[in-house]
Ligand binder design. Structure first.
Ligand code: KG4
Ligand code: ZN
Length: 334
């Protein structure tokens, strides 16, 4: 069975072909990143125009790399949300046209669930696990059991990746900030600056806007273009963020008696997070999994993978499918 995945939720246009459930034949990603860089963040109009320009090109390229023709496709899976409405519409309209034109089933996918599913291309999905979703738009912990999600906690303000991007912007580093700060932090002193964790009402929630404001005031006092300052600030900021994420994960693992943790989303590429969590896992008798780096950011292979799971459960969309910018994971506790 050949499945086409389509992902256009934000600034990337991606099409992938999976053979069976786990063999990625192609996963083409075209990013509009460079066009957003002068603005220090994603400009929705630029992102959606880019999706519109790229979708057909990316689709043809994905088929070519996979070595199949459109007639070979058996299923088309597309991101329904969450994301930017203009970008989402492009993918959904394209997927409906493919489904209608080739007379193959259509399945809609939640982008957030797909980030976790990126892990299941290489590892079997267990009955119970902790799902850690850390991206540019979301920071949430879920207990996933027999296909159902229970929301344990989430950010009450900025998402983790968003905090990376905003701090990088304040430092004049560019966009996206995550990889830039990750790199600078490797040569910085994580104890140079102390960031205190705010007290929150719900024990598993996060908040990253305070740390961003603290960085803002630090930058006003110091010479931001100084490379040593940038490295120390990056290491201290990253140390604080990663330590908080790990504390919450450890608490959840212990309280909920969880043996496997699956991390997904753009921030799951972070080198310090990976190293620290792997260390915690070996000291606390649980296993932690991350997607391969190329599947951490937005890509269509994860959409296809999630789509196949849903299709196997008997779900299907029809040509009335629309995009949903604020789509949530259907979870207990939401
Ligand atoms: O999952 P994603 O590609 O898009 C959303 O669905 O939001 O995540 C993008 C986010 C950006 O905020 C980016 O700065 C962050 O992931 N990111 C990282 C790293 N690589 C990407 N954050 C920290 N460390 C990284 N190495
Ligand atoms: Zn994403």
């Amino acid at each position: 069975m050949f499945t086409l995945g389509i992902e256009t939720s934000c600034d990337e246009t991606s099409c992938a072909v999976l053979s069976g459930k786990n063999k990625i034949l192609s996963n083409v990603v075209s990013s509009s990143l460079l066009r957003h860089q002068p603005f220090g963040g994603v400009v929705p109009e630029i992102a959606s125009r880019h999706c519109l320009e790229q979708i057909e090109i990316v689709y043809q390229k994905a088929l070519k790399i996979a070595g199949i023709s459109d007639k070979d496709l058996d299923l088309v899976a597309v991101t329904k949300g969450p994301g930017l409405i203009g970008s989402l519409f492009t993918g959904v309209a394209f997927a409906k046209a493919i489904s209608y034109g080739l007379d193959i089933p259509l399945i809609d996918v939640n982008h957030l669930e797909a980030h976790l599913s990126a892990n299941f291309i290489e590892h079997d999905e267990p009955d119970q696990y902790l799902g850690v979703l850390i991206s540019g738009g979301h920071t949430s912990l879920y207990v996933c059991e027999a296909g159902n999600f229970e929301l344990l906690g989430e950010t009450i303000d900025d998402a983790c990746g968003e905090a990376y991007d905003k701090v990088a912007k304040l430092m004049g580093l560019g966009y996206p900030g995550g990889p830039l700060i990750d790199r600078l932090a490797q040569e910085g002193d994580p104890k140079a600056f102390v960031f205190t964790r705010p007290k929150l009402k719900k024990e598993y929630d996060f908040s990253f806007s305070g740390i961003k404001t603290a960085v803002y005031y630090l930058i006003k006092k110091e010479e931001v273009s100084d490379l040593i300052f940038q490295k120390n600030l990056s290491a201290s900021f990253q140390g604080a963020v990663v330590s908080w994420i790990c504390t919450q994960i450890l608490k959840a693992v212990k309280e909920k008696n969880i043996k496997k943790v699956f991390v997904g989303g753009g921030v799951s590429a972070n080198s310090h997070l990976r190293k620290t969590l792997i260390q915690h896992a070996s000291e606390n008798q649980f296993e932690v999994f991350f997607p391969p780096i190329e599947l951490t950011g937005d890509n269509a292979a994860m959409i296809a993978r999630r789509g196949i799971d849903l299709y196997e459960k008997g779900l299907k969309a029809d040509l009335n499918l629309g995009a949903k910018p604020n789509l949530k994971i259907k979870a207990k506790g939401c």
